[in-house]
Design a protein around this ligand. Structure first.
Ligand SMILES: [Zn+2]
Ligand SMILES: [Zn+2]
Length: 389
């Protein structure tokens, strides 16, 4: 290579096309996606083989780049993370030939091949002897491959696993910020055991979506995490802080709650809630009355009481059995009891004025994005003619 007089490019890659994907049949689209994936597979293999040759010949040097990664980043405007991955794969493909051959001949998918390469790099001295057997066992998809490689690694490299656990411990983090609009965002990394506990909890809190559920999987996962947080605050098991179970404290004028004042209200932690958000919380919360004197001195603090007493909640649960939003089957443990007419507006805390709503649908009702009267029409009970305002 390198004389420049002969061209090695054999043929252009032709991407097969479907005339109009939107009007094609299910079978046509399915077949076409399979075909495109096969093209991508061939492209991945071809790319990796060429890059491996480029890397070992030191092309980047000739072309004036300090490394192959830099070459990819600047010449092809590629993100650093992708460039690193490609170079790692190219090196592994050169080193672990049987795995590369299995990939090339489509015995393993590109994602499975990548997992095998990563496993090989971690224990390069143990991988070759296991390569043939591992390749025979792989091919059931990405999750099965991860599990298989995890077992194998525990078998051949327990010290490495221990080091990895140590490493996970040092790299654990949970960074959260509350943005100016109150939304909480974050970024986290959990060690494997805590990660597994989190995933199992989230999984348990994510029932299959109803047919008319428009939430994305990610949104439903976020709702599950919210439920997890609420269940901790409400659970009798939660440890006490200063003699009290942890909770959200919102201070609000009764006037505002009754729709006279409006205005904004702040939690002890500094999150700001508008009056409708407070009314939503107040549907199913504990309330205590604090009376202030003219000089803002506290005159009297009433006992904290549940808005919905336990026996009444049980009655609502027995009647509704799950969230009453159409199609939603969220179980009572993950639901609020909603006042159809807010107690602050004189609505009774009586069964005819109460319905069970999961937190997501409860929020929608208070945002007036879900018409409860309409929602209740289709359900198995009538709420004595009470309609939301
Ligand atoms: Zn409510
Ligand atoms: Zn619901």
């Amino acid at each position: 290579m390198g004389s420049g007089e002969t061209s090695q490019v054999i043929a252009p890659i032709v991407v097969p096309r479907l005339a109009d994907p939107a009007s094609a049949s299910v079978d046509e689209r399915d077949e076409h996606l399979m075909l495109l994936e096969a093209v991508r597979h061939a492209l991945d293999v071809e790319w990796t083989e060429t890059l491996a040759a480029s890397e070992s010949a030191g092309d980047h040097d000739v072309l004036g780049y300090p490394s192959t990664v830099e070459y990819l980043k600047h010449r092809l405007r590629m993100a650093g993370s992708r460039a690193h991955r490609y170079v790692k794969n190219a090196r592994a493909a050169g080193q672990f030939r049987a795995t590369f051959a299995a990939w090339k001949h489509r015995q393993v998918s590109s994602d499975e091949a990548e997992l095998l390469f990563r496993a090989a790099e971690r224990t390069p001295d143990r991988y070759p002897e296991a390569e043939t057997i591992l390749l025979e066992l792989v091919g059931d998809g990405v999750e099965a491959t991860k599990r298989l490689l995890d077992y194998w690694r525990h078998d051949v490299d327990l010290p490495g696993v221990r080091l990895d656990v140590e490493d996970q411990l040092t790299r654990r983090r949970f960074d959260v910020t509350r943005k100016a609009n109150g939304m909480v965002t974050g970024d986290f990394a959990l060690p494997r055991t805590e990660g597994a506990a989190l995933l199992a909890s989230i999984d348990a809190l994510m029932p299959p979506p109803a047919d008319n559920d428009e939430r994305t999987t990610s949104q439903r996962r976020a709702d599950a995490l919210g439920d997890l947080a609420w269940s901790f605050l409400e659970g009798s098991e939660s440890p006490t802080v200063g003699g009290e179970r942890p909770h959200i404290n919102v201070h609000v004028d009764l006037d505002a709650l009754e729709g006279v004042g409006g205005g904004l209200h702040e939690t002890d932690e500094g999150a700001v809630f508008d009056v409708e958000a407070v009314r939503q919380l107040a549907c199913d919360a504990s309330v205590s009355r604090v009376i202030f004197g003219p000089g803002s001195e506290v005159l009297d603090v009433g006992r904290k009481t549940r808005v919905i007493p336990a026996p009444l909640r049980r009655a609502v649960v027995a009647r509704d059995r799950h969230c009453v939003a159409p199609g939603c089957r969220r179980k009572p443990g993950w639901c609020d009891v909603h006042h159809i007419v807010s107690w602050a507006d004189g609505g009774d805390t009586a069964i005819g004025n109460l319905v069970l709503l999961c937190r997501y649908h409860h929020t929608l009702v208070h945002l007036e994005k879900l018409d409860l009267a309409y929602a209740l029409e289709g359900s198995q009970f009538q709420t004595a003619g009470v309609r939301p305002t």
